[in-house]
Design a protein around this ligand. Structure first.
Ligand SMILES: [Ca+2]
Ligand SMILES: [Ca+2]
Length: 149
């Protein structure tokens, strides 16, 4: 009888431990909401894809690069979807011409433009202004001035 009681006690302890596990597991995520207000940061790269919706060939840049013609088998005038994955909350200017020339479009940190046919060069000089950015981006520059050159 004593053996059975010990077994029962052991089973009760095991049951208590098992019951306690989910509580312990939930304790960790509970700490997350404290950071919910913090800005979500990306991996620091600017991404471009040949086709809309992150499809086809892709290329990415960590630093500003105002000539995409020598990247990933020539990505100048090729991007049809882009994502600003800045790790520092920086906007990115997308230029109509190499070396930061002509009009530019401006994409906010964390933003993803799924189809560039719907996005235009709305900043800067008349050269290229209000044209669709689809297959027209020559390069980009990170900017801390929120869309300023
Ligand atoms: Ca394309
Ligand atoms: Ca380049």
């Amino acid at each position: 009888m004593k053996t059975i009681r010990n077994l029962m006690a052991g089973a009760a302890v095991t049951a208590a431990l098992l019951a306690g596990l989910p509580t312990a597991a939930h304790a960790q995520p509970a700490a997350a909401p404290a950071r919910a207000g913090a800005q979500l940061l990306g991996d620091g790269y600017f991404y471009a894809w040949d086709l809309p919706y992150k499809s086809g060939a892709s290329c990415r840049w960590f630093n500003s690069d105002t000539n995409w013609g020598d990247n990933c088998g020539n990505f100048r005038n090729r991007a049809s979807s882009v994502q600003n994955n800045s790790s520092q909350g920086n906007y990115a200017n997308l230029y109509y011409h190499p070396d930061g020339g002509g009009a530019w479009a401006c994409i906010a940190p964390g933003d993803y433009w799924d189809n560039l046919a719907n996005y235009y060069f709305t900043w800067g000089p008349a050269d290229g202004k209000n044209k669709s950015t689809n297959n027209e981006i020559a390069g980009f520059r990170w900017t801390t001035t929120q869309c300023g050159r």
